[in-house]
Structures are given as C-alpha cells and as structure tokens.
Design a protein around this ligand. Sequence first.
Ligand code: DGY
Length: 323
Amino acid sequence: MDNPYVFITRKVPEETIEPIRQVADVKMWDYEDEPVPREILLEEAAQATALYTMLSDQIDRELLSKAPHLKVVGNLAVGYDNIDVEAATEHGVIICNTPDVLTDTTADLTFALLMATARRLTEAEKYIEKGYWVNWSPLLMAGQDIHHKTIGIVGMGRIGETVAKRATGFEMNIQYHNRSRNEKAEQELGAKYVSFDELVETSDFVVNLTPLTSETEGMFNAEVFNNMKESAIFVNAGRGGAVVEADLVHAIEEKQIAGAGLDVFEQEPVPDNHPFLKFPNVVCLPHIGSASIETRMEMCRLTARNIRAVLQGDKPEAVVNGK
Ligand code: DGY
C-alpha cells in the first residue's frame, strides 16, 4: 500500500514535523510568510491523505468535495472558522486544532494589548521617534488606569478565564458574558456573570475572545459601541468577524469610546490604508495572540501529533468533530 501523503501549507520548523515524516510522504509549501495559492491547495488536496493548514487557508465544501483521499485536516490554531466543519464531517474528514498549548500566551498578549491601549504605549513610542519629546509636562501621554477598573470579558472559555486570572493581579473587578456560566471562574477568580448588555454598558475594558460563529458574527455593532462608556476601551483578540469594523471606525471618530486594541480584523492582513491605522488611540497588531516562540513550536508539534494519530488510526489529542 502507498504511504499516506501529507501536504503542509506553510513552511514550519522541520524538527516539529518529524512524527509525520516517520509515517507519511510529506510535501511542505516552501514559504514562511506567503500563503499557498488556492489552485495549488486544490491540486494538493486532490492527492492528500492529510492537510496541515493555517488559519488563512479556506477548507470549504468545494475543496472537501475534490479531496477523495482526505482523512484529516490539522489546523495550526485553536480557532477553525476557516474550515467548514459540517462539510468535513459529511465527508468523513477529521478536523484537529491546537487548544490549551496557546492559552497562557494568548492571554498574555490580550492583556498586553489592553495595557498598551490604556497607557498609550505605541502612541508614546511614536511620539519620541518623531522627536516631539522636548519637555516633560503633567499630562504628557496620560492614559487610563487599569488597576481597580472593571474588565468585561465576552467569551469565557480557557483564554477568557486566563485573562481574568491576569486581571486579578491588577485588582480589577471582573465580569463576563458567555453562552454558559463558568462556575470555576466565578468561584476561583470572583468573576461575575452578567448579560451582554450590562457588560457593554458598565465595563471600562470590553474584551472580546469569542470564536467566530453565526452567533458571534457582527455582534459588536453601532448600537453596542454606542452603549459603551465614553471612557471604555474595546479589545479584540478573538476574531475580526465579531466586529462590524465600519461601526467601530465611526465609534472612534465620534469619540463614543476612548480607544481600541485589535489583534484580529475582518480582512487579514489589514490593507495599509485601513482607517484603524490612522487613529492614535487604536493599537493594531498583526494577529499575534499565540506568537511566542515556545508556543508556536508547541502548536506545530501538536498539529503534527494530531495528524500522525489519525493516520495511524489512533485518537488525536485535539479533535473538533467526531469522537
Ligand atoms: C488561534 O489559534 O486561533 C489564534 O487566533 C492564532 O494565533
């Protein structure tokens, strides 16, 4: 019998894919920062037993229907909104992701983004770089306090809970909204469950960590921004699709809120003429939530183990569909 064939859609560290090489023929797209073109992905999918994918690859019904040998897709992310899971399940394709290994790292970045926006860090750095710092003055680059303020976390899964843990160190008042109650976070971290409307109206920091689903798509819209405090800061480290970006631009322009920290966008990469990039009070990052060297290496290793397990008929560590 032929060896299974695995196509990896981006250059990843060779040492991390050793477990796959031991059991399959492997081809890796040779570019680290350039996505595989759709035509090539379709050609490869037509041959592949497994695909090792990035969140920028669309694994949709069209691709799945043209991939007769495909058994597993290992996505290098905890989120999998780039994959049509329902169609995959219909085609008998197992979808794997990388939860847990990135929880702390993504929570660190989310909190860093909150702090950078509140304390105007990127704006202050540009101020020095441009040579504007000629005098000290009492309110120079004065931002907002973080300690003892109210953080409202929308999406209290593993990452939300870990952001809440960071917030306890700043003695923040923690409230959250989620599809279901997180009793562990309530008991251990003193997080209070509130309705979405109450969270939006009463939080100093509104932090979105929801996955992108039909329920969360566009949930942060004009009405929601209008209901936030004028001093509120909105942080998004979930998915860009949860926000109606034109409404957020309007809210910033009209000073309905004080600022935003964004790691994710409707369209990624963000076009360089995007209105967010011109606002000093909006901090934009290139989707680096889980981007520490240690964590990205761990995500690569987990993706390789997931794929190998399916190829060997074993249960993968992290599976999105199926048992
Ligand atoms: C994920 O894993 O879904 C993150 O967004 C990638 O950093």
